[in-house]
Design a protein around this ligand. Sequence first.
Ligand code: GLP
Length: 261
Amino acid sequence: MKVAIVQNPEEGSKLAAEIFIAQVQQNPKTVLGLATGSTPVKLYNLLAEANRAGVVSFKECQSFNLDEYIGLAPTHEQSYHYFMKTQLFDHIDIDQTKTHVPDGLARDIAASCKAYEEAIAAAGGIDIQLLGIGSDGHIAFNEPGCSLACRTHSQVLTQQTISDNARLFFNGRIEEVPTQAVTMGIGSIMDAKRVVLLAFGKGKQEAIAGLVEGAVTTMCPCSALQYHNDCIVICDEEAAGKLRNVAYYKYIFSQTGVSNI
Ligand code: GLP
């Protein structure tokens, strides 16, 4: 696991943008794994900017998103479909028929999860997976206690996640937040060839400590990434606040620089 500790979210987003742009420049047919939440918004702005400036094109890319709330239509403003469309897809040249987000309205959720896994496999697997992180150490919507081997599945959300995410719903009303989601599993995420995880702010301190230096445990699902052989964690000073080996990570980063990270 490589850990890049940056001054602030702006610097972290720039670093992530450099990594994604280099990846797509190198392989224009990149299969992108994408994430939602407030954390990747700045990165998406930078990708759109680079696309407009002609630095990178997503025309031949495909994308697969991590998760979606069960019960929300793609047009619902808090759905992850809507988020992706408004925050990224409408601002880049990607072919929107090649963007995939799990179906939160499927009648047969199990069948639709299976089909999602098959679609990822048919695309050749995810080349680069972007992740945020929940304050309880969840990635996508894999909550503490879920299997570290699971594939795309439905997940009951924890009270912590529901209350963390309520701020994004109408007037922050907790009753509006769906209680279940469809999510790629930890097993699906581990299959991505490369993983880039972003974490900003004090609220992510415990999760980052668990991810980078904690024991691998279902109680902190992100800790499974310790077994991924190409995982980059980009966090700001605040999110890194509970790491023990900060000086060591900074030393490695200063030696290898951005391109080798
Ligand atoms: C949700 C998403 C996660 C995301 C997390 C953190 O639970 N399912 O994929 O990482 O929120 O969101 P934020 O970036 O807003 O802190």
